[in-house]
Design a protein around this ligand. Structure first.
Ligand SMILES: C[S@@+](CC[C@H](N)C(=O)[O-])C[C@H]1O[C@@H](n2cnc3c(N)ncnc32)[C@H](O)[C@@H]1O
Length: 425
């Protein structure tokens, strides 16, 4: 594997490439590196590689020509990587894939970045070290070189050690311990001293699962999990911000098709389906608001049929879901009930298919970590202006980039809840 590093700071690489496993791999020629210095391709006596940006703005921009001339010296078939914050965040999979290459070029920008025409002229793979800005691509290039090299035969002391580490099986790694057996009253887990290899392997797997669920639950979406893994994960206690999420379905005041405020009738499907989603995701509660007495009586009959009545006896799951329903006259009553239950006034988040909401799902997800949030869903042609203006925030439409957002309220509820809670909250 040969890394061709295009940089105006060659000295950046001196120490990292001369020590540790990477240093040894260079000695053994498992890895080879060469520096391509863009200043060698300049034509002025100051070897200038940067200039002021067209259109103004702070900082300098790397000129296209010295970099393009540098790229042109790369061998045929070389994979050309541009290190840039806009690239795909670098990860284990990319490292494994790149370890199959023979030649990799790493183009390191500096200053405000590189003249954009370099990307028109070269066929780059864009890679980022993460969602932050570095002073230059050099430290990103080092991360990439080190992690890619670990997959080269002969690089690691023991060939199997990369196969056991974090991300290699889609999970984070289990914890390690070494002597002494007891330190400041913290002992090494007994199982590791037992000599029972089966038990040790099981302990390692369970620790990996536990750590992944705690620190990086989203990795579990891709991990290969056995039935035992899943039943182990299910019984782990975890914080449930989903308990902070409440949902209410408002039947008054909502808009009708003539653009006037009015009241809608209950829809059986909305009662059932939203209750089932709400129970599946472990929500704090589901409130159905209608000021009409006959509709309240109907809702109560329905709910009691499926909870205490014959429906509930035949369908215990349905009974469990529908028992989360509370019937209220007005939105204020739902707010008050949540406040009585939690001791805190919930943050009211209205929804609308046509805007003007601009609150992001991410900001509500963060709010849920510490505060009750009530998502207000409208029936008919949507919540009236009087409800929207009473809300603390209005959520973005489900598909805010689409011009068509006409979902049934129960579909919208499912999507909103899944986006806010997902599998792990
Ligand atoms: C100061 S940065 C330029 C940042 C740029 N103005 C922006 O806002 O996206 C200079 C150079 O550092 C490198 N760089 C900065 N952050 C990086 C990251 N997260 N991953 C990879 N390279 C990065 C790129 O090569 C970039 O051209």
């Amino acid at each position: 594997m040969h890394f061709h590093i295009i940089t105006i700071l060659p000295e950046f690489f001196e120490s990292p490439l001369s020590c540790g496993l990477l240093g040894k791999a260079l000695e053994k020629k498992i890895v080879e590196t060469s520096i391509i210095f863009p200043r060698d391709f300049t034509k002025d006596r100051h070897s200038t590689v940067d200039d002021r940006p067209y259109g103004g703005g702070p900082g300098m921009v790397m000129m296209v020509d010295p970099l393009y001339q540098a790229v042109k010296t790369l061998p045929q078939g070389c994979r050309k990587i541009l290190l840039t914050p806009k690239g795909k965040p670098f990860n284990h999979e990319t490292a494994v894939r790149l370890s199959q290459e023979k030649d990799i070029a790493l183009v390191c920008g500096r200053y405000e970045g590189i003249d954009a025409r370099l990307e028109d002229l070269c066929d780059f793979e864009h890679i980022s070290a993460g969602d932050f800005v570095l002073n230059g691509g050099e430290s990103a290039a080092l991360c990439l070189m080190e992690s890619v090299s670990r997959f080269l035969p002969g690089f690691m002391g023991k060939e199997e050690s990369v196969g056991d580490e974090s991300f290699s099986k889609g999970l984070l790694e289990y914890p390690h311990y070494t002597r002494p057996e007891n330190y400041e009253n913290h002992s090494v887990p007994q199982v590791l001293l037992s000599g029972n290899h089966g038990k040790i392997a099981q302990w390692k797997r369970e620790c990996s699962l536990q750590s992944t669920l705690k620190f990086r639950p989203e990795l579990l979406d891709e991990a290969d999990l056995s039935a035992e893994d899943i039943s182990f994960l299910k019984q782990i206690e975890r914080p449930r911000p989903s308990r902070n999420l409440y949902i209410t379905l408002v039947h008054w005041p909502v808009m009708n098709k003539k653009g006037k405020e009015g009241t809608t009738s209950l829809t059986n499907l909305d009662i059932h389906d939203i209750a089932r989603v709400s129970e599946t995701f472990g929500l704090g509660g589901y409130y159905i608001c209608t000021p009409l007495k006959d509709q309240q009586i109907l809702a109560e009959r329905l709910v009691s049929h499926w909870t205490a009545g014959p429906g509930g006896k035949g369908n215990p799951d349905r009974a469990m879901a529908l028992s989360t329903i509370q019937i209220c006259s007005y939105l204020e009553e739902a707010v008050q009930k949540i406040q009585e239950q939690t001791g805190i006034k919930p943050h009211i988040v209205a929804t609308s298919a046509s805007g003007p909401g601009d609150t992001t799902f991410g900001s509500i997800r963060r709010k849920l970590q510490s505060h009750p949030v009530l998502i207000v869903l409208g029936t008919g042609y949507g919540l009236s202006q009087s409800v929207l203006s009473r809300a603390d925030e209005i959520l973005r439409p489900v598909s805010y980039l689409s011009s068509f957002n006409h979902l049934s309220v129960r579909s919208a509820a499912s999507i909103l809840i899944d986006r806010l809670i997902g599998d792990y909250y």
